[in-house]
Design a protein around this ligand. Structure first.
Ligand SMILES: [Ca+2]
Ligand SMILES: [Ca+2]
Length: 273
C-alpha cells in the first residue's frame, strides 16, 4: 500500500475510533418483515445549533440562548424502492413522543426534515420532493439525548449520543416508542460531545457510517426567498452529505423504481401524545 494510502487508512481508523460506534441504525417499513436493508432510517442529526440559520428564519440561536433551538433538526430518509407512509408512526426522545400525521408518503430516495421546538420553517426550502415539519415537543440536548422512531408494526430505530446535560448517563426512550416494540438494527451510540454547528450524519447517505458532517465547500441558499446565505455549513438539511439534492435514483431500486407520488413542499402538522 502506498504510504499516503496507509496514512489515510490510519487517519480513517482514528476518526472512527474518535467518533465511537459506526454501527448503522436499522430500517423500517410498512410491513411485518423483521429485517430490512433499506427503508426509513435516520440520516442526520443536528443538535447544537449555534452557527447557521438552517431553518432560514433570519436568526441564529447563539450561545446566549436568546432564541429557541430553531436551527436544530433531524433528517429521516427513505432508501427503499417504494414510497413509505409514516403517518401514525411515533417519533420520540427521552421526554416526549409524538405521532406523525398529515404527511405525504416519503418518496424513494427522499427525506423528511423535522426541526425542533416551534421552529419557523415557512422560509425553509426542503429540497425537491422532500417535506419539512416543526415538532414543538422535540428538543435535542447537546451532550446527551436519544431519538427513536417506531412504525405501526411495532419496530423502532434509535440513536443515542453523549450523556451530559440532557439525560444523565443512559438516556431512555419514552414508552410510546419502546413499549411492546422491538429494536430494528443496532442502537447507534455516539459518545463524543457535539461540536457547535456541526451535525452527525451518515456518509454516504442512507447506508454509510456515522460521523461529524464535513463542511460543504460552497455557499448555500436554502431559503425560499433566497435571503439567507450559509457559508460552508457543516450540516445539510434536506440535502445529501455533499450538499446536492436527494433524488429518486438514490433508492435501492435505482432510477424509475419509485411510485409516482408527488408531495408539495408545504409544512405539515404532527400531534403530541
Ligand atoms: Ca434560525
Ligand atoms: Ca443531509
Amino acid at each position: 500500500m502506498h504510504r499516503t494510502a496507509v496514512a489515510m487508512a490510519a487517519l480513517a481508523a482514528l476518526f472512527l475510533a474518535a467518533c465511537g460506534s459506526s454501527d448503522d441504525v436499522g430500517y423500517l417499513r410498512n410491513d411485518a418483515l423483521g429485517t430490512h436493508d433499506a427503508g426509513i432510517t435516520f440520516n442526520e442529526v443536528h443538535a447544537r445549533a449555534v452557527l447557521f440559520d438552517f431553518n432560514s428564519d433570519g436568526r441564529i440561536r447563539g450561545e446566549e440562548l436568546e432564541y429557541p433551538d430553531d436551527d436544530e433538526f433531524l433528517e429521516i430518509v427513505n432508501s427503499a424502492e417504494e414510497a413509505i407512509d409514516v403517518n401514525g408512526w411515533t417519533l420520540g426522545c427521552d421526554s416526549t413522543g409524538m405521532v406523525l400525521t398529515d404527511l405525504e408518503p416519503i418518496r424513494p430516495g427522499h427525506a423528511l426534515i423535522v426541526f425542533s421546538r416551534s421552529a419557523d420553517i415557512q422560509n425553509f426550502d426542503p429540497g425537491p420532493d422532500n417535506q419539512a415539519i416543526a415538532a414543538d415537543g422535540l428538543a435535542l440536548h447537546n451532550n446527551g439525548d436519544i431519538l427513536g422512531l417506531r412504525n405501526q408494526e411495532g419496530r423502532y430505530i434509535a440513536l443515542h449520543w453523549g450523556g451530559g446535560d440532557g439525560c444523565e448517563g443512559d438516556c431512555e426512550l419514552v414508552d410510546e416508542v419502546t413499549q411492546g416494540a422491538e429494536l430494528a438494527g443496532d442502537l447507534l451510540r455516539f459518545d463524543e460531545a457535539w461540536r457547535p454547528g456541526v451535525s452527525l450524519a451518515r456518509d454516504p447517505d442512507f447506508e454509510g457510517s456515522w460521523g461529524f458532517h464535513a463542511p460543504l465547500q460552497d455557499d448555500f441558499r436554502w431559503s425560499l426567498d433566497d435571503s439567507v446565505v450559509l457559508e460552508s455549513p457543516s450540516a445539510s438539511p434536506g440535502r445529501r452529505v455533499d450538499g446536492t439534492d436527494f433524488d429518486d435514483t438514490m433508492a435501492a431500486g435505482g432510477p424509475g423504481s419509485g411510485t409516482s407520488i408527488i408531495p408539495d413542499h408545504s409544512s405539515h402538522a404532527y400531534s403530541n401524545l
